[in-house]
Design a protein around this ligand. Structure first.
Ligand code: ZN
Length: 90
């Protein structure tokens, strides 16, 4: 999979970071700069509305679901903001 991504979890703050598969090393957490540990392969897709979907493939980690909920929440916040900006530009 040429355009595959790998999901990493920050050992310090728990934030999930996603990087391209061809660049798997030498990253730090984008949120706190902490140490990252790989948790599985990930898919990132951006649709025409610039909505971002992140799927993380991982086995037996309830925590991942919790993290994905957090990601979804922050994506919704971004969508909210862009809707507000779009309505101000009209
Ligand atoms: Zn972190």
């Amino acid at each position: 999979m040429a355009n595959g991504k790998i999901a990493f979890k920050c050992l310090d703050c728990g934030m999930i970071n996603v990087f391209p598969q061809w660049q798997p090393d030498g990253h730090n957490c984008m949120s706190c700069g902490g140490i990252l540990t790989p948790i599985g392969s990930a898919m990132v897709s951006v649709d025409k509305k610039n909505a971002i979907t992140i799927q993380v493939k991982a086995e037996g980690l309830d925590e991942i679901e919790c993290q994905l909920r957090r990601i979804r929440t922050s994506i919704e916040e971004v969508e909210d903001k862009s809707k507000r900006i779009a309505s101000m530009m009209r």
